[in-house]
Design a protein around this ligand. Structure first.
Ligand SMILES: NC(=O)c1ccc[n+]([C@@H]2O[C@H](COP(=O)([O-])OP(=O)(O)OC[C@H]3O[C@@H](n4cnc5c(N)ncnc54)[C@H](OP(=O)(O)O)[C@@H]3O)[C@@H](O)[C@H]2O)c1
Length: 312
């Protein structure tokens, strides 16, 4: 496993983070709690030390239980939503209560990275005005080490919220959507994070659209329909055929993770899965070389300007 420095935090993190949410939620979505525990244990065995979860995923207790004895060697990232079920902002007290519940479920005294979860552009200002001061008090108490924010990439596919958030010197970590169909973070987010030494976690590397080749083709057909991609540059019957002409690339999932892992400015790539085999394969992909230059250039020509899809 490769490790790297996470922004300016001093945390040394594996370049693969275990994403304990997404559609798989460690396998809890379709499997059982023992499947989820097995995936976390397997991640530890593979050398993964970064675990991203959230109150809403229902997986904090699995992470806390399985990693209890290894706590000091692991980095825990968790999150609180900022809206209640009715779409109203929760109070600063509720944010702190959410933190307390996360501490208890993760069976720990401190959260390494505490994130405001899925913040929309129009919600950011309220969050900054109302939540940061109370959260910084928790940093002073030692219950939080670093503050982070995650975008709602499904809606905010061009990173409007993160662009604004990075104007402020508040967040030590951002979680940003990035994949080969929408690489817009390359210009908008990674250079700023690099300059300010903010840690970057990539999500949506695969999600649904890149989890098998038929789905990928359907996603690309959608982009062609919306004139987001130049038809004259693409073989509509086999749009990513050129990726597999190179013997070096085995599957669309492998290509998708490799696309993200060697991107300048990316500290770690989150992998969400309920399968130990998938996790092993994805760790190999993320730790392997960048995609060949000619493939990267062609992907850039096709999708380099796309910022309208998340790949969900
Ligand atoms: N706004 C936010 O804060 C936010 C939003 C979304 C996600 N996140 C975080 O980001 C993490 C990563 O996102 P994600 O979970 O959507 O992850 P992802 O890694 O982009 O995609 C995971 C999906 O791909 C499938 N997959 C993974 N490896 C595969 C393989 N080798 N072959 C075939 N299918 C494979 C998984 O299904 P299997 O279970 O079958 O492997 C899963 O459904 C989440 O877990 C969560 O921690 C945060």
């Amino acid at each position: 496993m490769e490790y790297t420095n996470f922004g300016n935090t001093g945390l040394r993190v594996s370049r693969v983070g275990l994403g304990c949410g997404g559609h798989s939620r460690l396998g809890l979505f379709s499997g059982s709690e023992s499947v989820a525990r097995g995936v976390v244990k397997h991640a530890l065995d593979l050398g993964i030390n970064f675990y991203d979860t959230a109150r809403i995923y229902g997986t904090e207790h699995v992470v806390g239980d399985v990693l209890f004895a290894e706590r000091q060697h692991c980095v825990f990232s968790t999150k609180t939503l900022v809206l209640d079920r009715n779409g109203n902002f929760i109070s600063p007290d509720q944010i702190i209560r959410s933190l307390e519940k996360s501490l208890s479920r993760l069976r720990t005294d401190y959260i390494d990275i505490f994130n405001l979860h899925g913040v929309r552009p129009k919600e950011l200002e309220f969050c900054l005005q109302n939540y940061i001061e109370p959260l910084l008090k928790e940093v002073d108490k030692g219950k939080i080490r670093y503050l982070g924010v995650t975008e709602l990439f499904e809606e905010d596919t061009s990173h409007m919220m993160l662009e604004k958030a990075l104007d402020q010197d508040i967040f030590d970590s951002v979680m940003v959507g990035f994949n080969l169909l929408n690489p817009s973070a390359r210009k908008k987010i990674f250079p700023i994070c690099d300059e300010r030494k903010v840690g970057t976690q990539v999500m949506f590397a695969v999600r649904r659209a890149l989890s098998d080749y038929d789905r990928t083709n359907r996603a690309i057909a959608g982009l062609l329909e919306q004139d987001e991609v130049d038809k004259s540059l693409i073989d509509e019957g086999n749009p990513l055929g050129f990726v597999f002409e190179n013997q070096d690339v085995g599957s669309i999932v492998e290509a998708a993770y490799r696309f993200c892992s060697r991107e300048f400015g990316v500290d770690l790539v989150l992998v969400g899965t309920g399968s130990k085999d998938h996790l092993s394969n994805n760790v190999d992909a993320i730790n392997s070389d960048a995609l060949p230059k000619e493939i990267l250039e062609r992907l850039e020509m096709l999708f380099g300007e796309v910022s309208s899809v998340s790949g969900d």
